[in-house]
Design a protein around this ligand. Structure first.
Ligand SMILES: NC(=O)c1ccc[n+]([C@@H]2O[C@H](COP(=O)([O-])OP(=O)(O)OC[C@H]3O[C@@H](n4cnc5c(N)ncnc54)[C@H](OP(=O)(O)O)[C@@H]3O)[C@@H](O)[C@H]2O)c1
Length: 255
């Protein structure tokens, strides 16, 4: 049974793979046997993750890129192919939710909405499209989009983020139809995870407690807890799963 979860011989790109959830996913995929290409804008962070994978006996190569820069994205895919011979798995994890995109819709500038959509949604599409040929040539082509509970339900004062993540879930479903049966396309929807993104939220006692009170499992997740479901979706253990969005939210959306 455990063989089905193995990613031995596969090559995986992880955007936003330098810290937080992306770092945990990169380490998890490598642990399952994949050669991993962590990518993000901060070269030092992705190099640290690649070093960690190599120190654990795995194969990795850090390639810096901004997901909104199509030349840089093409470079990531080409360098992954040159180094490891193809691309089998793409994890679109790069994302953000900046302060200027928080607030009532009438108080948030259109530019802030555009910027969030550009990174969280268009960036994911850019990377996926750049890898399309390789994914179709692979025996186990798989795309996993890191959405959010904000891709399943509305969240107050976060309409850019929520729009981007609902878009990502929609993109997941559409691509899964267009690319079946060769390439599986799925999403995960994390709830609240302890990372730099949620640092401010977690350090505010009232907000942290209100989230915990709403979460049946009674706590924030650790980044590793998102990596397991992503490894599963990337692997043959999920060979009949496509177009899905797996909530990894401690039960948050079951209320
Ligand atoms: N933490 C949560 O509670 C939570 C919940 C649900 C969903 N998520 C989603 O999970 C993903 C990871 O979040 P996180 O909490 O791990 O955040 P994080 O710690 O802030 O990490 C975000 C990663 O994305 C990269 N990134 C941001 N903008 C980028 C761009 N334009 N091009 C390339 N890389 C970019 C960052 O690296 P650079 O800045 O170096 O580029 C970093 O590696 C995001 O999509 C987020 O929306 C998080």
């Amino acid at each position: 049974m455990t063989e089905q979860f193995s990613l031995e011989g596969r090559v995986a790109i992880v955007t936003g793979g330098g810290r937080g959830i992306g770092r945990a996913i990169a380490l998890g995929l490598a642990d399952a046997g994949a050669a991993v290409v962590p990518s993000a804008r901060s070269a030092d962070e992705i190099e640290g993750v690649a070093d960690e994978i190599e120190a654990n006996g795995g194969d990795a190569m850090a390639v810096p890129a901004d997901v909104t820069d199509s030349d840089a994205v093409t470079d990531v895919i080409e360098r992954a192919d040159d180094a490891f011979g193809g691309v089998d798995v793409v994890v679109n994890n790069a994302g953000f939710n900046p302060d200027d995109a928080l607030g009532r819709p009438e108080d948030v500038a259109t530019e802030s909405l555009d910027r969030v959509l550009d990174v969280n949604l268009n960036g994911a599409y850019e990377v996926t499209a750049a890898a399309a040929d390789h994914l179709h040539e692979s025996d186990g082509g798989s795309v996993i989009n890191v959405a959010s509970v904000g891709g399943l339900v509305g969240l107050p004062r976060q309409h850019p983020y929520v729009a981007s993540k609902h878009g990502l879930v929609g993109l997941t479903k559409s691509l899964s139809l267009d690319w079946a049966p060769e390439v599986r396309v799925n999403a995960v929807a994390p709830g609240y995870v302890s990372t730099e993104l949620t640092e401010d939220l977690e350090s505010n006692d009232r907000l942290r407690q209100s989230i915990i009170d709403r979460t049946p499992l009674d706590r924030f997740a650790e980044p590793d807890e998102i990596a397991g479901p992503v490894v599963f979706l990337a692997s043959d253990a999920a060979s009949y799963v496509t177009g899905g969005c797996l909530a990894v939210d401690g039960g948050w959306t079951s209320r």
